[in-house]
Design a protein. Structure first.
Length: 271
């Protein structure tokens, strides 16, 4: 979450496989923070849960989100207009160890409201998390991303993300927070604060209902006023099958800066 395509970050929720913490994160954090923030859109609306792919297994997740009622003006000259656009990514992941998952988003794509298919770039990611987060009452992790952006997708050619993962589980209930910092590599004070939150009720091991909140407060040096902040509330359903996992959600904008209605789907398959 977080912003939605064109001026903002469109953060997707992916309950299937996400997040992890290891011994190198502090070094990676230092490198990212020494450079600076990302004021861009992204291809996913996603709260990372700390779950990782099984070591030695590969996974493909297809993200797609459509904005039937959103901003009708591009965030910058030549940018994607949110209203009527479909955007997403093919996310490829590989379980390296029980605490580390490597992945890439390729391609990141947009089908514009004029039915033009555009390639928006690609991303590399490294997820670290406490092993077997899905079985723990308290779990944590961190995700790092490096993005390579087309000019119509982001004014910055390169971007990055630091996404901490903190969650708690009690019976069928999960509460997970991702206090995300985005960077365009232009200084610590320009880091963009775009947190997301998920409250889920796991009715069965294969079916869950959730409420997710995605926000973008702007840069740390000067947070945006309430009217300029982006806040989106999603109602989400997750269903796990033997061959694939699927998630569908409907999101509603809560501020003038947010798109009014966004639909998202996420389909995941492990090879």
């Amino acid at each position: 979450m977080n912003r939605v395509v064109a001026t903002g970050l469109q953060h997707y929720f992916l309950p299937m496989k996400s997040g992890r913490l290891g011994w190198r994160p502090t070094m990676i954090v230092a490198c990212l923070l020494a450079i600076q923030p990302l004021q861009a859109q992204t291809d996913e609306i996603q709260v990372y849960t700390g779950e990782l792919e099984t070591p030695g297994k590969a996974n493909l997740t297809v993200h797609a989100n459509y904005t039937p009622d959103g901003r009708a003006v591009a965030g910058f000259p030549g940018a994607v207009v949110p209203q009527g656009s479909l955007n997403g990514a093919f996310e490829w992941a590989y379980g390296v160890t029980d605490w580390f998952e490597a992945g890439t988003y390729l391609p990141v794509y947009t089908l514009t409201r004029d039915r033009k298919l555009e390639l928006d770039g690609g991303k590399l990611r490294a997820l670290f998390a406490v092993p077997h987060a899905e079985t723990r009452s308290f779990f944590y992790g961190v995700n790092f991303e490096l993005s390579f952006n087309s000019r119509h997708w982001d004014q910055s050619r390169y971007g990055g993300e630091i996404r901490p993962i903190v969650g708690a589980r009690a019976g069928p209930w999960d509460l997970i927070v991702n206090p995300i910092l985005d960077t365009s590599f232009d200084g610590f004070s320009r880091l963009d604060f775009a947190p997301s939150l998920r409250l889920a009720y796991n009715r069965t091991p294969a079916f869950a209902l959730a409420v997710e909140h995605y926000a973008d407060f702007g840069q740390l040096r000067h947070l945006d006023s309430r009217a300029k902040q982006e806040h989106n509330l999603f109602a989400v359903a997750d269903y796990a099958r033997k061959l694939f996992d699927v998630e569908a959600g409907v999101g509603f904008g809560l501020t003038a800066a947010s798109d009014k209605l966004v639909l998202k789907t996420i389909v995941s398959h492990t090879f």
